[in-house]
Design a protein around this ligand. Structure first.
Ligand SMILES: Cc1cc2nc3c(=O)[nH]c(=O)nc-3n(C[C@H](O)[C@H](O)[C@H](O)COP(=O)(O)OP(=O)(O)OC[C@H]3O[C@@H](n4cnc5c(N)ncnc54)[C@H](O)[C@@H]3O)c2cc1C
Length: 614
């Protein structure tokens, strides 16, 4: 069978194309329909929208809810909180925009059937913390997906989008996307007036703690494959804060979340000798970051920093003190339910290691780094802000439009706006959907055009790894190993090793410097060259190849941003050994990058941080 033998090409025309049917993609699809009653709204998802994305297995808390109806918090409070946690650097316009709309989103979730716990005394939503409310969220994703499915003209499941298409009539304007069906192999060409990228964050950029058979056990979903970054980077969209990778303190080996434990069960941590240790590192941290250590709550990265220092001083393991809280039967139930509704694997790990948190304080550890834009971190695309509150410098078009015309983003895809989580990502999807519909309506008849030549060339490129395998398998020396192709798993492991050892992963305890980063870039360039030799045995492996392609682009971006920012802004996330301190005088700014796929060059820049909330 030839390269395209037996495979159909499916052409789809859309007004708004949503790439990724996770939280942000569902929000974008829902809202696009609201404002674009007669438009063709298409959502394309590489898994099945019913259970796809980071919320697939359910959540136990919605981490972004203001509670304005009960005067609990105002949007400005959330901006202050996110700014503090990100050591001063957030796009306050974007964060404010989400915060002012997020409550309406959560109320819709409840209307659609999501059970939200209520405080029996007040009747208000049960708070887990200042920003979090507790839910019975095993079916969170199917509930949200139903709203998107009913809003979309069509949902295409099992299609991995590999590349964006550019307009032939106007430079720097998007015209659609291409990809393939991971079950049938059919080639899909989506011609669209506006594209919203909502393809989630990135795991497996850095080597995970769990390797071998355990490598699927990561904190962020293993299928979050950096498409949200790879797709826009390749067409020249500017990225921001890509160095701001996140490291999570989590229960060891199962990555079970700690939020409900700290906030609701009021558990706390100790070193291996039963001592409180965070205060011990106050002076050390102050010397690195100055007054940021005095902020309340203590920024997430600085709490990691104290844990790492304590372990390096030889006083590990760090444990969560659960024995006291678990004596209360209510708290014990909440502790277990927290995992059963969200991270069942942690309960299984504890069972397998004979850990009953009522009698044994379980260990905590820090994860490998992840790249995302919706948690206590804000990597992603540089987006135009809301018309009414974004400073002029942050406005060049429609809300949430990237620096490529007609290309929008939401959720993990958009940089600068941390702490949006599931509800904020859905809300940002809604914001992007509304803006994309306005953009499409304003286009009138000036529709973007797709080049047949570009489509044919991409089709050949996308399926080439199958051909490489078909030819190269004649030289197989053992198993499926052949000297004439590289399998995606080997490429992935090579990428993770480079990022781990040179860009500040777990092996170096998150330490890097200019020399290491430059060497890392050389090795990444070699891996990039070898990507032409990728071999895919079947469609599953072909998907892995294109996931690796997106991960590699995102990794290069992370490395270049880390090299560009000559300071250590977030100790506990990563350290620049050659610039160990926070430097507000020179680096109280956003970092920006733009990749030129023709020359392979990256242009780096700074953008000012405007504080619009006092
Ligand atoms: C372990 C864990 C715990 C969390 N806990 C909480 C919590 O308690 N509370 C809370 O509010 N939030 C929590 N979050 C955060 C929340 O899940 C994310 O903020 C949110 O899902 C981000 O939304 P998104 O749409 O950007 O990404 P996702 O929801 O991950 O959606 C991305 C979608 O894009 C699809 N996709 C990816 N690549 C492609 C491609 N190339 N082509 C087509 N489709 C593609 C994916 O399959 C996926 O469906 C947690 C996340 C994790 C992983």
């Amino acid at each position: 069978m030839g390269l395209f033998g037996g495979r159909k090409t499916v052409f789809v025309d859309a007004d708004v194309l949503v790439v990724g049917g996770g939280m942000a993609g569902c929000g974008a699809t829902y809202e696009s329909r609201y404002w674009g009653r007669d438009l063709k709204i298409v959502c394309v998802e590489k898994a099945n929208i019913q259970r796809s994305g980071a919320v697939a297995q359910g959540l136990y808390a919605i981490n972004c809810y203001m509670g304005m109806q009960w005067n609990e918090n105002q949007p400005e409070d959330h901006v202050r909180y996110a700014r503090n946690d990100l050591m001063g650097l957030v796009r306050e316009d974007l964060g404010y925009d989400i915060a002012r709309h997020v409550d309406g989103t959560v109320h819709k979730f409840e209307e659609w059937g999501l059970p939200i716990m209520r405080d029996p005394k007040t009747g208000q939503y049960q708070r887990e913390g200042k920003w979090q409310i507790m839910i019975h969220g095993e079916s969170y994703k199917p509930i949200v997906a139903e709203a998107a499915r009913k809003s979309a003209t069509e949902v295409y499941n099992r299609i991995m989008v590999t590349h964006l298409l550019m307009d032939t009539t106007k430079a720097n304007r998007v015209a659609g996307a291409v990809g393939f069906n991971v079950r049938t192999g059919d080639f899909h060409v989506f011609r669209a007036k506006a594209v919203i990228v909502a393809a989630g964050g990135a795991s497996h950029i850095f080597k995970p703690r769990a390797v071998g058979e355990g490598m699927g056990r990561t904190w962020y979903a293993p299928w979050s494959s950096a498409s949200a970054y790879g797709l826009p980077i390749e067409v020249g969209a500017k990225m921001t804060q890509m160095e701001n990778r996140i490291v999570l303190t989590r229960f060891k080996d199962g990555y079970g979340p700690v939020g409900a434990y700290f906030l609701h069960l009021k558990t706390y941590t100790q070193n291996g000798y039963g001592e409180e240790y965070e205060k011990r590192w106050y002076d050390d941290t102050k010397a690195l970051v100055g007054d940021y250590v005095d902020r309340h709550p203590v920024p997430t990265c600085l709490r990691n920093h104290a844990l790492l220092r304590e372990v390096a001083a030889g006083r590990g393991p760090i444990r969560m003190v659960t024995k006291e809280a678990f004596q209360d039967p209510h708290k014990e139930t909440v502790g277990w339910e927290n995992f059963l509704g969200m991270t069942i694997g942690q309960a299984v790990v504890w069972a397998s290691q004979n850990i009953d948190p009522k009698f044994t304080n379980p260990e905590l550890t820090t994860s490998e780094p992840y790249v995302m834009g919706s948690h206590a971190t804000c990597s992603g695309a540089w987006a135009s802000g809301p018309e009414d509150c974004a400073p002029a410098e942050y406005q060049w078009g429609y809300n949430r439009m990237m620096t490529v015309e007609g290309l929008f983003g939401a959720g993990d895809a958009i940089g600068g706006s941390a702490h949006k989580f599931s509800s904020g990502s859905f809300t940002e999807g809604r914001i992007a959907g509304k803006a994309a519909v306005k953009y499409v309506n304003d286009l009138k008849n000036a529709q973007p055009q797709v080049s047949d030549e570009e489509v044919r060339s991409l089709q050949k490129t996308i399926y080439q790894p199958l051909e490489n395998y078909r030819v190269g398998r004649n030289e197989i020396v053992a198993g499926s190993v052949s000297p004439s192709y590289l399998l995606p798993i080997h490429g992935l492991q090579r990428l993770e090793k480079i990022m781990d050892e040179y860009v500040g992963g777990i092996s170096t305890i998150y330490m890097t410097n200019g020399k290491l980063l430059e060497r890392g870039l050389e090795l990444l360039a070699m891996l990039k060259e070898d990507m032409n030799q990728m071999g895919a045995e079947d469609l599953h492996q072909l998907q892995r190849v294109w996931e690796l392609h997106h991960r590699l682009l995102a990794s290069e971006s992370v490395t270049r941003h880390t090299l560009f920012r000559e300071e250590t802004r977030w100790p506990g996330y990563y350290y620049r050994g050659d610039h160990p301190r926070l430097d507000d005088e020179n680096w109280h700014c956003f970092t920006l990058s733009r990749y030129d796929r023709r020359s392979g060059e990256w242009a780096m820049d700074k953008a000012p941080v405007y504080h619009i909330v006092d």
